[in-house]
Design a protein around this ligand. Sequence first.
Ligand code: HAM
Length: 423
Amino acid sequence: MAKNIQAIRGMKDILPEQTPLWQFLEDTVRSVLSRYGYGEIRMPIVELTELFKRSIGEVTDIVEKEMYTFDDRNGDSLTLRPEGTAGCVRAGLEHGLLFNQVQRLWYRGPMFRHERPQKGRYRQFHQIGVESFGLEGPDVDLEQILITHRIWRELGLDGLELQLNTLGTAEERTAYKVLLVDYFRSRIDELDADSRRRLESNPLRILDTKNPDMAAVVSDAPTLMDHLGDASRAHFETLCAGLDAAGVAYVINPRLVRGLDYYARTVFEWVTTRLGAQGTVCAGGRYDGLVKQLGGRPTPAVGFAMGLERLIALLEEGETAKRLPSVDLYLVMMGETAQREGVQLAERLRDELPDLRLIVNCGGGGFKSQFKKADKSNARYALIFGDDELANGEVGIKPLRGEGEQQQVKLSELAGIIAGLTA
Ligand code: HAM
């Protein structure tokens, strides 16, 4: 027998038993975003490779080692998007959405990174991303953090920690990099090979090292926070004051540098200790230079993206997952007439109760086999429509989970009783 073809490593199917939780997550986020006036944008999954090189940065893990890049039949180098910000800016520029105007946008969908798969880290994963353009003040940074904070509340997630930092402006970072390089040179023996290479190309990323042997050299390094200009400092302090006023707790983490090069000033991450090494569930920040870097006029921008797989993993531990709706009713029918009338009955119930989840038995079968199927469907109740019920103008309702007797209900009262049972 031929061997079954399997899904690609690090790329997961999301099965029907899991999708209600995904839908709950996506619906909750979508609802919050629309209540803050953010509009959805949908971009292609594939873009020119050049776009990601120019935005994420040549010397980043994503561009150096994680992109799914290939030549198409015309010989153009294309890449499966590793993130959504670059494509969103590209689309905004292409359609004239960014010049001299304010935009509040969001998107969702699969992203692709060829990382080593492990719990919470996949090669195809899903993000919901949020971007706003044309606003330079810390008020919109605050707005976005408040959005995330509200999303966690509405999802019933607690125990997430907000980490905050500022990376200053490009000029401030350039001056700081000189200091940082001098410092690391003075302790070059303590740097690993990767960091020595980054000393020339991207010294800030050394601060982001996951190598425990470098903890001491990194923790003694000068911080950018101590070398900010007045405007950057004021921006950061106003954001912090806004968070204090809103009662949103945060931790300032001067080592938070992010893995993409386009950030300036505010950066933030929401982290949890409940997911092992992959504890960041949402991350983002300000990227005032990116629109110009991609060919537009200078346009301030700020955004973030949340990793849906990681949020799902947290939700699976909580109470919400257990309360999610499954099928309400499974209609069991015996006899030809009941079968014909049963389909009409089901349609009338669907008209009257728009939220009802009702499966009508297909494929006939005796009572026993229909009840087996009803049980497998995870429905809460079986509706029974046989010869006796047909003759009496009634329907039987039998609980399939837990205790309770079958009751006979008049057809005329059925919708009201079901509404009460499934509320
Ligand atoms: P990022 O930090 O690369 O930022 O990704 C955002 C989130 O996506 C992460 O915090 C994590 O939850 C999730 N994520 C990333 N890689 C994986 C993976 N391999 N498997 C599972 N989840 C993953 C960005 O992508 C920026 N575009 C965010 C942004 C928007 N900044 C400004 N605007």
